[in-house]
Write a protein that binds this ligand. Structure first.
Ligand SMILES: [Zn+2]
Length: 174
């Protein structure tokens, strides 16, 4: 999943409003940041065992839970962040194909092969997240303008990616 992960971060903001949105946005992409780091270090492997396998994502979620919980003493918030990280794995199973564990099979519906379906699924996740996030904003005149501009920008980014997918078999991750 690409921009759809932002939807999970926005939903996390609704679940626990005292977590910074930037922290949630970083958390929702943790497995992809790990891929980026491995890529820069020259040790990226297409199997993504160290970034997207079930044990890897569980370790990331647990590490964030402990570190955020100890630093903030907000264990509910720590649980929300861990849930946002876990959601990355489940969403990637819908849109891509990811490793289970070392020696295990790859699983996933690989909607990337069907860019229109991918746009519908990711767009739905973005829209639901945006609707949940909108309720966290302070009341003011016409708040829907900000939220719809944000949603429009996110959907436009997703559209660009899915259109690129139609012409390229796969987008390089590294
Ligand atoms: Zn990912």
């Amino acid at each position: 999943m690409y921009i759809g992960h932002v939807g999970a971060a926005l939903a996390g903001k609704r679940a626990r409003q005292n977590i910074g949105l930037v922290v949630l946005l970083i958390a929702t992409y943790v497995p992809d940041w790990v891929d980026t780091g491995l890529c820069l270090a020259g040790s990226f492997t297409p199997a993504e065992m160290l970034s997207h396998s079930i044990p890897a994502v569980l370790v990331f979620a647990l590490a964030w839970f402990v570190v955020y919980g100890l630093r903030s003493e907000d264990w509910v918030g720590a649980g929300v962040l861990a849930g946002v990280i876990l959601s990355h794995m489940f969403f990637d199973w819908i849109t891509g194909e990811k490793p289970t564990w070392p020696g295990g099979t790859m699983i996933g519906l690989n909607l990337y092969a069907h860019p229109i379906a991918d746009f519908i699924v990711e767009g739905t996740v973005i829209a639901i997240g945006g609707a949940l996030y909108a309720r966290t904003l302070p009341p003011r005149r016409r708040p829907w303008i900000d939220v719809s501009m944000m949603l429009g920008a996110l959907l436009a980014m997703q559209l660009v990616i899915d259109v690129a997918r139609m012409f390229l078999k796969s987008l390089p991750k590294c």
